[in-house]
Design a protein around this ligand. Structure first.
Ligand code: AMP
Ligand code: ZN
Length: 474
């Protein structure tokens, strides 16, 4: 995998054999997540699924930022109001109501996209003591200092600050940009670990430094280390986290522990709309529900996202979504037909099967989902044109690949497989029998449909209804 810290492809070596322990920076829940945010969680989902495909067990932590993230976070001096507080004021409700609402919405969207639930989802507001403990540790070691308006990390005590993920030091990168440096700080790039509360702050907690609230960066260090230990395998987030968020996480974590923080770093490139960055704070963003409102299946968006590398990002257009939807529909049709033709019997793939080998090689190559889709397409070809034996093998391959692709291929196969003609005939005959009050015949037909086709029939006040493998009909 490509490691953003080493800026090169590296063979993955886990800390514990056969296990991946990973932290994925979660959302700031002050608004809906846009499809750009969702794109980055799809990338993290593919990572987790890939490791599980290869037999790893995973421990996947993703935080919820429900406090401490200020509106302008692009520099060492985060500025402006807290994002959650701003929404809370706008809507005149408690900040935690805002956080809860958008957290739930986020999880609904994830579910629609078949993004696996992380094993642990810590909320920042429930981990304030862990953050305070970490800040105390940094002060005790001389890496942080108390100033008039809060506690700061002293970047002069951490050689190479800001250059672990970024080739150029922060001052070169920032040259030309006019930055007002907070006079309470010792060095330009020192960043807040704890901010003293202003009376109007909606969220504030007691601390050894008076009432206040945590900095966004310390949240992730405290929560990741609490659940994954001081050193863990993989840390991921979007490309905007490269600086300052992840540089700050590295500095404060390693300064506190004296150990390496994460062994690998992964950054997803952005989804762009009309070539512009999609951003929650500047508005003009699109939600999953906007896609659904136009009649698209959320999984078409998943398929579209898989078609490009997370290291290139995604140029979103309606035409490309439409193409993905058509591709998905075509796949569903082929898979449904093959499923029906073979009586739903797929053959488990053999390890040496060419398509399987190529698929595994693709995802093992820095999660190359685009190349992996080409293998799925090859299997679709076999499912469409092969004899029954070939169809069964193709289905087995597709079900196997779907452990990574997450397109609900098995479910759609069952759904798409139409009822056999004979079953349709029996259903019609039973309907007639009921109309003619021939209940003996209608009961026989009910048993027949169950025994021969696995179809359950129920009588409702609106007439006969049937169900098979979760698929329902009248
Ligand atoms: P936020 O809720 O703003 O903290 O962002 C949640 C996640 O979405 C972070 O990992 C961001 O890096 C990522 N992200 C934000 N905007 C985009 C975008 N346009 N494309 C891809 N990922 C994004
Ligand atoms: Zn984070």
């Amino acid at each position: 995998m490509y490691d953003s810290a080493k800026r090169s492809l590296r063979e993955f070596e886990p800390i514990r054999p056969g296990q991946l322990w990973t932290y994925n920076c979660g959302p700031t829940v002050y608004d809906y997540q846009h499809i750009g945010n969702l794109y980055s969680y799809l990338a993290a989902d593919v990572v987790r699924r890939t490791f599980e495909y290869f037999g790893f067990s995973t421990k996947h932590v993703m935080n919820i930022t429900d406090a401490g993230h200020l509106v302008d976070d692009s520099n060492a001096d985060a500025r402006g109001e807290d994002k959650i507080a701003l929404s809370a004021r706008r809507e005149n409700v408690d900040p935690l109501v805002i956080a809860e609402r958008y957290t739930q919405q986020f999880f609904e969207d994830r579910k629609k996209l078949n993004i696996l639930e992380p094993h642990i989802v810590p909320k920042a507001t429930e981990h304030i003591p862990a953050m305070i403990a970490l800040i105390e540790r940094l002060i005790a070691k001389g890496h942080a200092y108390v100033a008039a308006d809060g506690v700061y990390f002293d970047t002069s005590t951490f050689p190479g600050y800001g250059t672990r993920l970024n080739p150029e030091p922060p001052d070169t990168r920032q040259a030309g940009a006019r930055v007002e440096v907070n006079p309470n700080k010792r060095n330009t790039f020192d960043f807040a670990l704890w901010r003293k509360a202003k009376p109007e702050d909606l969220q504030q907690w007691d601390s050894p430094w008076g009432r206040g609230n945590p900095g966004w960066h310390i949240e992730c260090s405290a929560m990741s280390m609490k659940y994954l230990g001081e050193t863990f395998d993989l840390h991921s987030g979007g490309e905007d986290h490269l600086f300052p968020h992840h540089e700050c996480e590295i500095a404060q974590s390693e300064a506190a522990t004296g150990k390496p923080f994460a062994h690998y770093w992964m950054h997803t490139h952005f989804l762009k709309l009309d070539s512009a960055k999609m951003s929650k704070s500047t508005g003009g963003f699109m939600r999953l529900s906007d896609i659904e409102a136009k009649g698209f299946d959320p999984l078409a968006f998943r398929l579209l996202s898989l078609g490009t590398s997370y290291r290139k990002g995604l140029d979103f257009t309606w035409e490309s979504l439409e193409a993905a939807q058509n591709r998905l529909n075509k796949w569903r049709g082929v898979i449904g037909d093959a499923y029906q033709a073979t009586g739903g019997r797929a053959t488990a793939p053999r390890d040496e099967d060419e398509i399987r080998v190529a698929f595994a090689a693709a995802i093992a190559d820095d999660f190359n989902t685009a190349a992996a889709l080409a293998q799925a397409e090859a299997a679709i070809g076999h499912a469409a044109t092969g004899d029954d034996e070939t169809k069964r093998r193709a289905l087995g391959l597709l079900f196997d690949m779907d452990r990574v692709l997450g397109l609900s291929i098995k479910e759609s196969a069952r759904k798409a497989a139409a009822l056999p003609e004979e079953a349709k005939r029996l259903l019609a005959e039973r309907e007639d029998a009921r109309k003619n009050q021939d209940f003996k015949r209608s009961d026989e037909l009910r048993d027949d449909l169950w025994k021969r086709f696995g179809i359950r029939v129920k009588d409702t006040k609106d007439g006969q209804r049937w169900e098979r493998d979760g698929r329902k009909g009248a």
